[in-house]
Write a protein that binds this ligand. Structure first.
Ligand code: ZN
Length: 230
């Protein structure tokens, strides 16, 4: 059963321990942002169908970073949809070689190596996104370099509804928007700088990889408290 929440017209968050976003731009097709944990392809496909679209409508899959919980079903999703994968140029080699990007504590590295090699199918990144590039998707999605959690994180800013996607630079824990824990952060100082840069876009919605999305107009204190914490 599909379990998702509407964020704004044409945008849905698939609920789970890690979020996947489905952006429906009518005749121009469907874009998926991040590909979730391994074995979540059915959940994603069910959501696409539940909003009245078909797998053939999915044209692009935008990837924020190469962690297993964000690209776990990327290979099977490409197989199901034939969509083009877009990712940052620094994440591309990690995605294609199925290796974790730098940021994990040493004790997690061996188990992650095994999981990546056994649970993920091979995938090719069809297009790389560079900082500031405006993707011609749904009237414009800006790719933004947001290093910190990993060196190659890319955020996306959908201009039509001022939606900022920032997995896993930020997350929402205990109903509070904040930086990801430092133990799984590549560089905390760089992460803080990325937050300051990206907030200049004044998003109306902030979508994270873990936790609920933030409706900034309804909860302005979330951004205020975040900025004060940097
Ligand atoms: Zn991550």
């Amino acid at each position: 059963m599909a379990d998702f929440t509407k964020i704004v017209d044409g945008l849905y968050q698939i609920n789970g321990s890690v979020n996947v976003f489905v952006l429906d731009d009518g005749e121009n097709g469907v874009t998926i942002i991040d590909a979730g944990m391994p074995r979540s392809v059915n959940k994603i496909v069910d959501t696409v169908k539940a909003i009245g679209r078909t797998v053939g409508d999915v044209k692009y899959i935008l990837v924020t970073h190469a962690d297993i919980d964000h690209i776990g079903s990327l290979g099977s999703l490409v197989k199901a949809t034939n969509a083009t994968v877009i990712a940052g140029e620094k994440s591309k080699p990690y995605i294609e070689s199925r290796q974790a990007p730098p940021h994990l504590p040493f004790f997690l590295k061996p188990i992650m190596w095994v999981l990546l090699k056994t649970m993920l199918s091979r995938v090719t990144v069809g297009q790389t996104a560079t900082h500031g590039e405006r993707l011609q998707i749904a009237d414009g999605i800006r790719a933004l370099s947001i290093p910190g959690h990993t060196p190659g994180n890319i955020g996306y800013f959908w201009e039509r509804h001022k939606v900022l996607f920032v997995p896993d630079l930020l997350y929402v824990n205990d109903n509070k928007l904040g930086l990801m824990p430092s133990i799984i952060t590549w560089n905390v100082k760089i992460a803080k700088d990325s937050v300051k840069q990206v907030m200049k876009y004044n998003p109306d919605y902030i979508c994270v990889g873990h936790g609920k999305f933030i409706d900034v107009k309804a909860e302005p204190e979330q951004v205020k408290n975040l900025m004060a914490s940097l």
